[in-house]
Design a protein around this ligand. Sequence first.
Ligand SMILES: Nc1ncnc2c1ncn2[C@@H]1O[C@H](COP(=O)(O)OP(=O)(O)OP(=O)(O)O)[C@@H](O)[C@H]1O
Length: 327
Amino acid sequence: MTQQRATSSTAAIETRELQKVYRGRAVVDGLTLTVQPGEVFGFLGPNGAGKSTTVKMLLGLVHPSGGEVRVLGGHPSDPGVRSRLGFLPEQFRFQTWMTAEEFLRFHGRLAGLRADELRVRIPQVLETVGLGGRGTESLGGYSKGMLQRAGLAGAILARPQLVFLDEPTSALDPIGRVEVREIIEGLRAQGVAVFLNSHLLSEVEQVCDRVAFVKAGRVLRQGSMRELMGDVLPVGVRVDRLTPPLLEALARIGEVRHTDTQNPEHTDIELWVQRREDVPALADAVHAQGARLYALTPRQPDLETMFLELMEGTPETVAPRKEAAHV
Ligand SMILES: Nc1ncnc2c1ncn2[C@@H]1O[C@H](COP(=O)(O)OP(=O)(O)OP(=O)(O)O)[C@@H](O)[C@H]1O
């Protein structure tokens, strides 16, 4: 028992069958996931999937209707746990009359940092988020991107062990996005777990160790990039013309996802195959059917393709269910 406790306390986040019911509808419906220390975890899903509600339960701001949740080995409403969490909400509200330094001092004191610690730490985090030397300016004069950076500085100020970032780059330009990615990588290197909520799948793909796809309050799939995409290899095939027998032959090798016959000179076909060896087999099939092959292009499988595939194949809504005891 003691051993079991020690093991479970090592996870940054652990939920089991977590549920939230609003007005008879389970908006989070049996969510089970684990995030390890030092892991960057992407939490992905369409609008209304239950992502924010889940984050609120992980932060102890919303009471679950059912299931279990442990954060940094304890309960999220425990002040000892909360002081080790960082949070950047998507809709951050700033006191615009404060300077960035005053804002951070205020947050730092709330998080229990001493004044002398803050004198050292505030310039450090401002530098980290690219606001070095701008701390004495009032937040009212900050651009949207600068405000997002200030919010991020607030989230990492108290050296949390787990950070929740909700769309952390939505207001940033491409350079700012790369910088945020580097900050996330820096957190991971220090053993901090990051729970990232973002619609920018190309970014998620670059920074996350593991992702979970959620829809209608349920995890559809979770795993590392390799686990999720290891069995799909998209290939583009360009031929002079696509006859029904050729289409059939290609469909025997892979899954035909898309055909484009707009151009009278050639037809493009997008297929998903499972093994590298299937790629030359596509060329053989084209030749065997007497067509001419103009291009055969294996592509890198991406998270966006996976996301659309998963979302298209599952229902939009969840069935109403009986309201649970704690709502
Ligand atoms: N306090 C509440 N009372 C009633 N319903 C709620 C409440 N909060 C959220 N919901 C409903 O729960 C569902 C999930 O909402 P949630 O905000 O968790 O989704 P999300 O995945 O974060 O969406 P988005 O990507 O748009 O931010 C939605 O249908 C929403 O209307």
